[in-house]
Every structure is written in C-alpha cells, then in structure tokens.
Design a protein around this ligand. Sequence first.
Ligand code: PMP
Length: 282
Amino acid sequence: RIVFVNGSFVPYEEASIPIMDRGFLFADGIYEVSAVIDGKLIDNEAHLARLERSLGEISIKNPYTTAQWIELEKELIKRNNVREGLVYMQVTRGVAERDFAFPKGVEPTVVMFTQEKAMRASSAAEAGAAVITVEDLRWKRRDIKSVALLAQVLAKQAAAEAGVAEAWMVEDGKVTEGGSSTSFIITRDGTIVTRQLSNALLPGITRKTVMRLAEEAQLRVEERAFSVEEAKAAAEAFLTSATSLVMPVVTIDGHPVGDGKPGPLVKRLRELYLAMADATPA
Ligand code: PMP
C-alpha cells in the first residue's frame, strides 16, 4: 500500500508524522474524500473546491492547486491500482511546539491515502440501511470539513452498538445530518426533502449532485429541516455521501420507513448517480 506524505509517495509502513503535528494535538486540520468508480474520480472537482473553502475558513493555505491535487490523486490511484474505492486527503496546520495560537512559518502537513471499497455493487444499498437518531453534540461550524470528528465517532459508535449503519444527528427536534452523510426523506406526495445549507451541517457534494439529477428528472426537491417524526412517517428515506453514494434508509430507530424496503425513487436516484459516474470522463 502506497500513501502520500508531505510531497512523497511512500509505503504505508514507512510513513510517519511527528507527535507535535497540530492535527494530532488539536484536530487543527481539514480533510476531504472522493469516490473512485471504474478507476475514475467522481465529483472530484467539487470535493477539491470544498477542501479549498474549508482550509480558507481556518486560515490554512491550500498547499496545492486543483490541477496539482488531481495529479496527486490520480498517481495514488494508479500506484494502488484502485478500481473502486476512496481517496482521502488531509491537510493540517503543521508541526510546531504545542501552543494554541497559529505557529509562524510552518508548512501544512499533507497526507493522502486510498481505500478499496465496493461502490457500484453494494449489498448494503440492495438491503437498505438502518439508522438510529442521536443528539447532535457538535460545534457551530459544521460547514467546515474539519478532522475534529469526536462527536461523529461517538454517534457512529452508538450506531455500531445498536447494530445499524448510521446515526442521524438531531438538534432542536430536527435532523441536521448523518454522522458521515447527508439525510434525505421523500414525502408521500413524492417531494425529496433535505435540510437547507447553513453552518449547522456540511454542504454535501453528493447531496448537490443528487439534487441536480433529481431536478433534471423533473422530481420535486425542497430544502428545509425535517423532524424525526416526519422522517419516520415518510414514504422513503435515504442518505448520500462520497462513501455510500445514494443509500436507502429502511428503518429509523427501529421504525420501518414506508414498507421497510428500499423505495422506488431512492433506487432511481442511485441509478441516476451511477449513470453520472459512468459518464464521467477518465
Ligand atoms: N455530512 C457529514 C458530517 C459528512 O462527514 C459527510 C461525508 N463527507 C457528508 C455529510 C456527505 O458529504 P459528501 O457527499 O460530500 O461526501
């Protein structure tokens, strides 16, 4: 396995980061994840744009141009021979003696790695995912894709202990998003509903593409917050992310959504997303 660390491609076993890295000490960093399908990066430029934006919000200079990132990603995919899976990119403020305020004159730490994962043929997508709801314990800038993921670790551990795939985080009775995904419901009149963007949630890249594909297919899309009760009573539900693409949600806190099976509109949206991936140039 080859990873990328601070300008070099190295075997994973030889890669190391100093203990004073601010990513480790303070979670002072940003990450991004793009899907790989048929060896191609999917929605990648939007992920790189979000990376640039997240870095800017915490005043870390983006170490690479979009073209340079793409070149590095492609090289890493090639060296690891990834056909289906994920590319992770992580940038921290760098290495300095422990002190909260930004250190001067440090270079950001850059780490990239790939994971192999079945993306297109997913038994989870066939069966649909169960989710639980948990309180959203995160900070007030969830629009930044920060590596500070402790609340998500706890949420997804609760999900794992409940034997389900994802935790939907709830604030003031309304779903913000999943631990690592965007939440959607489809009402009984066929309207696709997902929360409007704000600092309360991450602007999902897959969310945006799915909304576009839905609108192109003449489906109705509404951006608004929805409650757990509304989600449980919905006709269909699903989640989106670079790691799961479009994933049906079939139970919420043990309560079946619709007939408790992946619904027709969710299946169609997943097919539309995969068709978009097929049409993506190499
Ligand atoms: N929300 C959160 C909290 C996430 O971690 C993710 C996964 N990156 C998403 C939503 C989905 O975003 P995307 O579609 O860009 O992967």
